[in-house]
Design a protein around this ligand. Sequence first.
Ligand code: SAM
Length: 286
Amino acid sequence: MNYRHAYHAGNFADVVKHIILTRIVLYLQRKEQAFRVIDTHAGIGRYDLTGVEAGKTGEWQNGVGRLLDAKIDAKVAELVQPYLDIVRAENADGEMRHYPGSPLIVRHLLRRQDRLSALELHPEDAELLAEIFEGDIQVRVTKLDGWLALGAHVPPKEKRGLVLVDPPFEVMGEFDRLVDGLVRAHKRFSGGTFALWYPIKDRQEVRRFVAALHDTGIPKILRTELMIRPISPEPRLDGTGMIIVNPPYTLDDELRTVLPALSKILSEEQNAGFTLEWIRGEQVDA
Ligand code: SAM
């Protein structure tokens, strides 16, 4: 396990991923009934942007840094505000020192009745994460293989919620594991929302992944991608992708509003572009 998210925290991929995360959780808040978020690859929760790792890459400056400095129109601002509020709340003195990871972002959005289950396999990372939530009865941190949670931990007892799967893609086969994991979890929790993150480095690989998702027959699969540059000749993180199964009905429109603005703000090259499409809609077609 060599992947360290601290090098990448707050980069363009985190920005897009975490804005989508806040939009989904805010939608879950619309009903009084409790929900649970299961974060299968949770990371350490809070990243030091002044630390050695973040300092080496400076990736956050081209991600959340750009968004914080950008002038955005009111419609877009309204949708990204909850995410930016959380980032600012983690940096109360106005200096960007900390970037909140997915479990911390979710924690900011829990009401008293809601819960978060966060899984992290790396022993040190799991310990750091557990320290953040020590004594917090709404959060359970478990040092466990997140892929197992897609079987044993679903459906949650609340029967409502989101499963976020954000693997590091440091070993071969992660795309296949995402599809297999989704199929397994969806059988047990077909009404749940699932958000699966994937990197865009190799178009062929993504095409195969999308075809495999289509072939699962699972309905209501939305795919969104944002590129910051055209595909590089050598594998490089050129874009960020997210699959959302059972998205809130509001999400498609929200992303149609937000993605053009994010594309302008985050792109390294003009017209790098974005995608928003249904792999499968409401109806399961052949
Ligand atoms: N979701 C986090 C966020 O948005 O802030 C970032 C997660 S990072 C991309 C992936 C994390 O998965 C790393 O912290 C890594 O240690 C952890 N990890 C790797 N393999 C895992 C596994 N099988 N189960 C759970 N966690 C794993």
